[in-house]
Design a protein around this ligand. Structure first.
Ligand SMILES: *Cc1c(COP(=O)(O)O)cnc(C)c1O
Length: 377
């Protein structure tokens, strides 16, 4: 039977590693060490080695990871945190939730990552942190972010939810994994992420020993030793079954990234020459995890193209149709339509194509041929 084209195909991916996964899950069930068992400890250690970072603190999901990171910075209500408006809501949500003020920054129209020139115009004496998001799988310009943070004396929390395993190679010439460059990095193991588990999961990274202790405490009710609570914390844990699954999938992550890049290369080749379509820019300082493969359309009716693809059984999606500064829950921060032209133009122009680890060339040509057909009609 022909496999339908999907935005992600977790079922086929599972089939290929089914035996390993099934026995690992059963092993945890038999062990009854469901919370904070050895699998969680071993996964944190293995992920730390893979990323080359000193501390990995697993937690319940990527949003919690961001929240715990923000809590560990010891910010005061009203302190300002710079964040892109062109990102998933979680990035800004945790800032707002902690009574901090999200200050929205434009992104570079080619790389979709935070524009430090715009950030510079938005600094006040209350600015305390910046959250670069490595959107769609590619690193933000971390040299620019880090020198800006140094100049202004603010903290850096990298949102790595879409880019785990990607490398930033800046002027030092040394490749560093995203999420290990700023003060703290965070990620998500939501099933469709590049390293996804079979439920919810997340993690926080840092090379700073003191911050690591604080992050660990906050994720565990602020607890220093059992029943002694030094901080106000939360309850945010990765469970042992998810950790066991992640240990297996971590070993496959480099291959998964390669498979995603092969899909991206096909799209680049077939679509890069078409008028009105801009394929994703490849930044010189980053490789790409291709969590999303996102086109920018110019003068092409996006809805019309989506409908044409849909009729042929090809799903597509818009990440994200409304920038955060224009979301109803967030207009209280004082931004209105027209205030962020770059971001608003991107919201109207982007279209993401199916990309995952299990695509075959028949599927890929079906997609690119359908796009060409629409453009030439
Ligand atoms: C998925 C995602 C998150 C949130 O992760 P969850 O595990 O769903 O809470 C945060 N930031 C970005 C950029 C994401 O893509």
């Amino acid at each position: 039977m022909k496999r339908p084209i999907q935005l992600v195909d977790l079922h086929t991916q599972y089939q290929r590693i089914k035996e390993e996964i099934d026995s690992a899950v059963l092993r945890v069930v038999e062990s009854t060490a469901y919370i904070n068992g050895p699998e969680v400890h071993d996964f944190a250690k293995e992920l730390g080695e893979f990323l080359d970072v000193k501390h990995v603190i697993p937690c319940a999901n990527g949003t919690d990871a961001l929240q715990i990171a923000m809590m560990a910075l010891g910010l005061k209500p009203g302190d300002e945190v710079l964040t892109p408006s062109f990102t998933y809501i979680a990035t800004a949500e945790v800032i707002a939730l902690l009574q901090l003020k999200p200050v929205f920054v434009e992104v570079d129209p080619d790389t979709f990552t935070i524009d430090i020139n715009d950030a510079r115009t938005k600094v006040t004496d209350r600015t305390k942190a910046i959250v670069p998001v490595h959107l769609y799988g590619q690193s933000a310009d971390m040299d620019a972010v880090m020198s800006f943070a140094k100049e202004t004396g603010i903290s850096v929390v990298e949102d790595t939810a879409q880019a785990i395993g990607s490398n930033f190679t800046g002027k030092s010439g040394i490749a560093q994994k995203v999420g290990t460059i700023g003060d703290i990095g965070t990620t998500s193991f939501f099933p469709s992420k590049n390293l996804g588990c079979y439920g919810d999961g997340g993690a926080i990274f840092t090379n700073d020993d003191d911050l690591a202790q604080k992050l660990k405490r906050i994720a565990n009710h602020g607890q220093r030793v059992r029943y002694y609570h030094d901080d106000i914390g939360v309850n945010s844990r990765l469970d042992s079954i998810q950790a066991a699954i992640l240990r297996i999938k971590l070993r496959h992550l480099p291959d998964y990234i390669t498979a995603r890049n092969e899909v991206a290369d096909h799209y680049d080749r077939e679509l890069g020459v078409l008028d009105g379509i801009q394929v994703p820019a490849r930044a010189s300082y980053s490789d790409h995890g291709f969590h999303q493969y996102t086109l920018k359309l110019e003068g092409i009716d996006r809805e019309g193209l989506q409908n044409h693809l849909s009729e042929k059984g090809i799903p597509s999606n818009i990440y994200y149709p409304v920038a955060i500064h224009l979301q109803k829950g967030y207009t209280q921060y004082g931004m209105k339509e027209g205030d962020m032209p770059m971001t608003e133009a991107l919201s109207a122009a982007v279209l993401s194509l199916p990309i995952h680890t299990e695509m075959d060339s028949e599927q890929l040509f079906a997609i690119t041929n359908a796009i060409k057909e629409y453009i030439n009609s």
